[in-house]
Design a protein around this ligand. Structure first.
Ligand code: NZQ
Ligand code: ZN
Length: 387
């Protein structure tokens, strides 16, 4: 194992009715900017609950609505302006990963004199941020308990991940009943995204990590068992809470304890893909990830083979490593397809005409992949396999 620091300051309130805990977290009489998306929270009643709590705390309430899925820099800039003009003390994100990511960028941008995009590209350091909390409505990204955010600059078609210890949420409310209204396709994308985060952690090269490897395998086996149950019965509180806990744990730092952090190449390619085509993140991952596995196993099938046996329960009897690994990659693709996830770029009417641009955008920051470092031809190979 490598040396590691485990640090996560987000207070997580998990379970039904936990929104009441906001009373302990937000100072009475604060100026609060509520950030949300296209209106799902108004239809499912979460807005009323969150704003009702703020009113009971005598908050001075401001709002920024309309945060896009794949949130855009222009919306971040709007939020920064409100914070600066109104002297906002606290931000409350109510929504999925996009709303939370946008809020993180607003929180940092509000404490910076230049354009928020500087913080996202890393051309200026994040030195401080306004405090913020989250009320999660979609189980997928893990943004509710990490310090990562992904923002799209639609003018340049760049989608960039960035992070800073200053943008951990101070608290997050995770009430699984808030996810009952998540549409079927978004529920599938959430399962795919959470599993992809676990898988990317799994592909590390640090020796002697049996505890964390076993933990990741257990998380993945649970997703394989409960994903289909949830799709069969989307109003089940038990299945929703299981997936919610999986998605938060898959990307809150726990899974990188003692390892080199894993290989996030598929996320890099997906961010480039959805920067060009604005497709859902989980949909892009469902297409790309099995093809990344197939690309990787050509050189080194060992880890994919372990995934095949320990997660998908494929019988190793009489099979070589490569065959087992190929069966593992196929099992992952079939599993996601069985839930209703897309499997090829054609499912989004995407052909190879923008591959040059997607490859270039994948390398917008240097170094793609650690378990297997990818060059541009490798990324092109993964895209070709995805057609
Ligand atoms: O905008 P509203 O009306 O709220 O509707 C949203 C949106 O249309 C809807 N939704 C959310 N909760 C709902 C609901 N509809 C009904 N009932 C509910 N309870 O779902 C749609 C998608 O929401 P979005 O927030 O975009 O989804 P997700 O949570 O998957 O976030 C995706 C974004 O997060 C980034 C992705 O790249 C993408 O931009 N990521 C962020 C990460 C992080 N911060 O750690 C890591 C991830 O790997 C990912 O890259
Ligand atoms: Zn993701």
């Amino acid at each position: 194992m490598n040396q590691f620091l485990q640090y996560n300051p987000t207070r997580l309130y998990f379970g039904k009715g936990q929104i009441e805990q906001m009373a302990m977290e937000i100072t009475t009489g604060s100026k609060v900017l509520v950030v949300y998306g296209g209106g799902s929270i108004k239809r499912n009643g979460v807005y009323d609950e969150a704003v009702g709590m703020l009113k009971s705390l005598d908050s001075d309430i401001y709002e920024l609505s309309g945060v896009e899925p794949n949130p855009r820099l222009t919306t971040v800039q709007k939020g920064v302006e409100i914070c600066k003009q109104e002297g906002i003390d606290f931000l409350l994100a109510v929504g999925g990963g996009s709303v939370i990511d946008c809020t993180k960028a607003i929180a940092a941008g509000a404490q910076y004199d230049g354009d928020a995009w500087d913080l996202i590209t890393g051309s200026a350091p994040v030195e401080k941020a306004l405090p913020f909390g989250t009320v999660l409505t979609l189980a997928a990204t893990g943004s509710e308990m990490n310090a990562v955010s992904v923002i799209t600059n639609w003018e340049t078609r760049d989608k960039l991940g960035w992070g800073s210890p200053h943008v951990f949420p101070t608290f997050s409310i995770l009430d699984p009943s808030y996810t009952f209204s998540v549409p079927e396709h978004q529920t599938v994308y959430g399962i795919v995204d959470s599993m992809s985060h676990a898988l990317e952690h799994y592909f590390h090269r640090t020796p002697n990590t049996p505890m964390i490897d076993g933990f990741i395998e257990s998380l993945l086996r649970t997703a394989v068992e409960y994903g289909p149950k949830l799709m069969e019965n989307q109003q089940s509180y038990e299945y929703r809470e299981t997936m919610m806990y999986i998605s938060t744990t898959a990307f809150n730092g726990t899974l990188s304890n003692g390892t080199d952090g894993g290989d996030w190449a598929t996320h890099r390619i997906e961010h480039a893909l959805s920067a060009v085509y604005d497709i859902p993140h989980g949909g892009g991952l469902a297409i790309l990830f099995p093809n990344w596995l197939e690309h990787v196993l050509q050189e080194d099938p060992s880890r994919v083979k372990q995934l095949a046996v320990n997660v998908f329960g494929i019988d190793p009897e009489g099979k070589g490593d490569t065959q087992l690994a190929e069966e593992g990659a196929a099992a992952l693709r079939e599993f996601w397809n069985s839930l209703g996830a897309p499997s090829t770029l054609k499912d989004y009417d995407i052909d190879d005409q923008d591959f040059d641009s997607i490859v270039e955008k994948t390398f917008i920051k240097p170094g793609v992949g650690t378990y297997k470092e990818l060059d541009k031809e490798s990324v092109r190979d993964i895209l070709r396999r995805s057609l």
